[in-house]
Design a protein around this ligand. Sequence first.
Ligand code: FMN
Length: 170
Amino acid sequence: MKILVLNASPRPDGNTAKMTAAFCEEAQKHGHNAVCLNVCRMNIKGCLACEYCHGKGQGACVQKDDMQTVYSQLKDTEMLVLASPIYYHGITGQLKCVIDRFYSALYPTAPKCLKKIAMFLSSGDDDMYTGAKFSYDGDFVGYLGLEGCGIFTNHDKDVLEKIREMAASL
Ligand SMILES: Cc1cc2nc3c(=O)[nH]c(=O)nc-3n(C[C@H](O)[C@H](O)[C@H](O)COP(=O)(O)O)c2cc1C
């Protein structure tokens, strides 16, 4: 299965990086093609709400920044993993820009090949996940109808093992 992992932590050795690394390693071990993009190292601007993508652009975004790399990976992606620290009760601004830019590619419908989603979250306190979970449940599982493979946080006991188990079960 082709899996696109979007790591939205700027910390190369942080919790999110460890979760994505464990997932990718296990997924590759089980024959999946896991591609990880560190969106904090990419130049991705916010959505302009110009609606070019839903008119003249026929699905293409008018902005030609590093989001083009995400779009080309998304075309054959079967599973999406959103991985982010919690900043002020939500995902990082870098990942929010990516999700807003999904407007051209995943709205009103996602590509047929995209079937599954998972989320990895990291925060200082353990009760900080409501905003991120709302987006996961509402936008990706609810609206797009993707199969949720779970939300994993750095406060879960043995989280890296649990992530490996999920990757092995795909
Ligand atoms: C700008 C900023 C805002 C943050 N806001 C919160 C917050 O609202 N709640 C919280 O529990 N932790 C907050 N944190 C702490 C991070 O979520 C925490 O250190 C997390 O484990 C970092 O993940 P990482 O190691 O994957 O980068 C914040 C950190 C930064 C830099």
